[in-house]
Design a protein around this ligand. Structure first.
Ligand code: M6R
Length: 611
């Protein structure tokens, strides 16, 4: 959460930083700010999105070749001009931006207050900055040295970028627990929370590790650990094109990402799934296939939409591999002293690869001897690096805050892993295995078919947009799809929505059903179909409005529903990749119909790097 950008080099820094901040706005948009070096430090900041800052500083002096910028997701202190970053130190000579939380800031703040410091904001960031300034003053040392000393006292997570009026071309950066990428140009360097701000200038990047500090000048990048020892930067080549992070003619990133799914699922299967040869090749899994086959238990750890993917995978792994699976919210798992036994395999699922709870949960499990496999979208991210092995989802950058294409790509990867293990373990017969490989390979085309109903879904959105609550129901493989549909609607339309297992409805939520309640039922043809149809009858008997996701040709179910969303028939193992798509579109169009910024829903951030 929070997006950070830095630039030092021959270009004017401000346009590079503002463009970079717009690319990182998915990480938070409570306030925006920039600091520029131009003889003296100039700081401009404002509550609101990047565009609001731009409007507010038209006509100001924005020159400078070194600068930093920040887009905030508030933790300490409400969104306001005063709490916006960059913060300036008491002397005015240092400016700093921060992503993360300084947990012991209250104690540090008290120490500084005792020394006479006063604070302009409520943020932990301003405390850390003045703590650094105090060390610099007392020790008569460089900013770099002061940062090193300060960080040894700090608990919590951070990426910080600092400017010092006395070192006009230098940016000091440090990270622990939040992401930081440095792009290497010709006589210039770029810094960012991810690589998107630098993509059009360079493909050469360094991912900074925890407890590393970077001294960044136009033509020099020095990396050190907190013990002041130099580290050789590991330069990697980015494999992303600029088009992947632009809207490409779509009104929103979310819509673009929904429509990318036929390609992203295909990209995910490509080179791994060989239907003719009957093989699945996943090099990052192969090495650990034995441990997975022998595992007593697989624990899926994730948050949000990725957790829903884990729930679908639970059904698939138990069915195909006959291995006991548990699905855990990372935030609960990390704090409850879970029992990790030898032979346990953890699968961490994360789009960003930076979710703080998931990261810490797998670090803890790894320390206790578990094998960690990551199913991650962002290449080189922290979760990918902490994992022993795993598989990337290859969905490309997902910018819309509501996750869509990452979910279906996660399902594709998890299904391939389950099929591979089941095949190697002998828990699936050849015919079923070959059938499922074919079913999987047909998913991209079938998703393409679902997307053709977008106009119909848009009309439905108009019809239901004013509902106060929604209920989403599904059973078996489609129960997590119901949860995901409800989450999408909540996130971008702010309508209260609950996802429930269809059969559980009669144990409570049925009390909500009346003629005003739209109930979205995922009722595709699978082993539970008749049971779900009975649940639909129960809702209709109480005058509820039923919008059902049904399989093509299922006229009987269509006849008892108010509205239907049709998906092609598919094996129940791959069906969630299809049935979720109309729910993504329904949420999207309702959000748009209500006039909300669906790419940047209120209070949310794309990458949750605080706990
Ligand atoms: O990057 P991750 O997959 O680890 O993120 C997990 C959740 O924060 C994420 O899925 C969140 O729930 C999305 N906003 C859902 O649309």
């Amino acid at each position: 959460m929070c997006g950070i950008v830095g630039y030092t080099g021959p270009k004017e820094a401000y346009p590079v930083i503002i463009k970079g901040l717009k690319r990182l706005e998915y990480r938070g948009y409570d306030s925006t700010g920039v600091a520029l070096q131009d003889g003296a430090l100039k700081v401009y900041k404002k509550k609101g999105k990047v565009a609001e800052l731009e409007d507010a500083i038209v006509g100001k002096d924005l020159h400078g070749h070194t600068g930093i910028g920040h887009t905030r997701w508030a933790t300490h202190g409400e969104p306001s001009d005063a709490n916006a970053h960059p913060h300036q130190s008491s002397s005015g000579k240092l400016a700093m931006i921060h992503n993360g939380i300084i947990e012991n800031y209250v104690q540090l703040k008290q120490e500084l207050i005792n020394k006479g410091y006063q604070f302009k904001s409520e943020t932990d960031t301003e405390v850390l900055l003045n703590f650094i300034e105090e060390i610099k003053k007392n020790n008569h040392c460089s900013l770099e040295e002061a940062v090193r000393v300060a960080l040894k006292r700090v608990t919590g997570a951070y990426v910080i970028l600092l400017l010092d009026a006395d070192e006009p071309e230098t940016i000091i950066a440090a990270r622990k627990g939040s992401p930081l990428v440095i792009g290497i140009g010709k006589g210039e360097h770029f810094l960012g929370s991810d690589a998107s701000p630098m993509l059009e200038y360079t493909k050469e990047v360094v991912y900074v590790n925890d407890y590393e500090l970077a001294i960044v000048k136009p033509d020099e990048l020095i990396l050190k650990n907190l013990g002041n020892e130099k580290i050789t930067p590991y330069v990697q080549k980015l494999d992303i094109e600029l088009a992947a992070i632009e809207k490409g003619g779509y009104e929103h990133f979310m819509l673009k990402e929904i429509f990318e799914q036929p390609h992203t699922i295909y990209d995910c299967l490509r080179g791994r799934l060989d239907t003719a040869g009957g093989t699945i090749i996943m090099s990052g899994i192969q090495q650990y296939a034995d441990q997975v086959m022998k595992a007593n238990r697989i624990v899926m750890i994730a948050c949000g939409t990725s957790w829903h993917a884990g729930l679908v995978a639970e059904y698939i792994f138990e069915e195909l591999c006959r291995i006991n699976v548990e699905v855990e919210y990372a935030s609960e798992f990390r704090y409850r002293n879970p029992v990790i036994n030898p032979g346990d395999v953890i699968i961490a699922i994360s789009q960003s690869g930076e979710t703080a709870d998931t990261l810490v949960a797998i670090e803890n499990a790894k320390a206790q001897g578990a094998i960690i496999l990551g199913v991650v979208n962002v290449v080189g991210s922290s979760i990918a690096r902490v994992s022993h092995g795993g598989a990337y989802t290859h969905a490309g950058p997902e910018i819309g805050v509501a996750s869509t294409k990452a979910f279906t790509a996660q399902l594709a990867v998890l299904t391939m892993i389950a099929l591979k293990i089941a095949h190697d373990k002998g828990t699936i017969d050849r015919d079923r295995y070959m059938h499922l490989l074919n079913e999987l390979s047909e998913v991209p085309n079938k998703v393409e078919t679902v997307l053709k109903s977008k106009d119909k879904i848009k009309k439905l959105a108009e019809k239901y947009k004013d509902a106060r609550d929604f209920l989403y129901l599904g059973r078996g493989y489609n129960f997590p799809v119901a949860l995901e549909g409800a989450l999408k609607l909540k996130e971008i339309s702010y309508i209260h929505a609950e996802g429930y297992p269809a059969a559980e409805m009669k144990h409570g939520p049925i009390a909500l059903v009346d003629e005003h309640l739209p109930v979205v039922v995922v009722a595709t043809k699978d082993a539970y179909h008749q049971k779900v149809v009975s649940n639909i009858q129960e809702i209709k008997a109480r005058k509820g409005k039923v919008i059902a996701v049904i399989s093509e040709g299922d006229t009987d179910t269509a006849a008892i529903c108010d509205d239907v969303l049709i998906v092609p028939e598919a094996d129940e193992i791959v069906a969630p990749m299809l049935s979720v798509v109309p729910l993504q579109l329904l949420a999207y169009y309702i959000g748009v119909a209500k006039g909300f910024d669906v790419d940047k829903p209120r209070n949310l951030a794309k990458s949750v790097t605080v706990e």
